[in-house]
Design a protein around this ligand. Structure first.
Ligand code: AMP
Length: 186
């Protein structure tokens, strides 16, 4: 049973590391960003609500996000563990997650640490539709004000593991697995 939360700015390599981790632990990779992008592409009610918010680099409301995560975590494949990517991003989401899981807890909150100038370069190279310079800047700001404080919260709970995100995908993956296993055995 492995319940993981992956933190880290956009462009920190979360997507790549999550794909490797999902394989390693045989758990579903649950990305709120991917779920929202699918909803936008399909033109669902959720997609229509989220589209402009995402394009501006703002955060979709906690209520909507907690609703989609709750629904996803009740599905069969998530009963033996999961990997949450891009969630929680706010204090309300973190509290909501803990309430959803109680009496269980997450095993590890993993922070992939990469400096701002590196993530900006990577995001420009990736060129996703919603990666305008203004939106990227706004996402970094929101990471600092809303998401970075969660590091403290997870650290207090003994869940936080920080890993240097510079290096090749496999170098970082090795560090991530070592750090998760070390923290789990504490
Ligand atoms: P991501 O792919 O995780 O960077 O998410 C892309 C965009 O989706 C973000 O910039 C937000 O607009 C929205 N989003 C994804 N996850 C969340 C979340 N947990 N809370 C609020 N908004 C989110």
């Amino acid at each position: 049973m492995t319940r993981l939360v992956i933190l880290g700015k956009q462009g920190a390599g979360k997507g790549t590391q999550c794909a490797l981790l999902a394989k390693h632990y045989h758990i579903p990779h649950i990305s709120t960003g991917d779920m929202l992008r699918t909803a936008v592409a399909e033109g669902t009610h959720l997609g229509l609500q989220a589209k402009a918010i995402m394009e501006a680099g703002e955060l979709v409301s906690d209520e909507i996000i907690l609703g989609i995560v709750h629904e996803r975590l009740t599905q069969a494949d998530a009963q033996l563990g999961f990997l949450l990517d891009g969630f929680p991003r706010t204090d309300a989401q973190a509290q909501g997650l803990m309430a959803m899981l109680a009496p269980n807890k997450i095993d590890v909150a993993l922070d992939i640490d990469v400096p701002d100038d590196v993530v900006t370069k990577r995001m420009l190279a990736r060129g996703r539709d919603d990666d305008t310079p203004e939106a990227m800047q706004r996402r970094l700001e929101l990471y600092q004000t809303e998401t970075a404080p969660l590091l403290e919260l997870f650290s207090k709970g003994g869940f936080l593991v920080s890993v240097d995100g510079l290096g090749t995908e496999l170098e970082v993956h090795g560090r991530v697995i070592d750090a998760i296993e070390r923290n789990r055995s504490l």
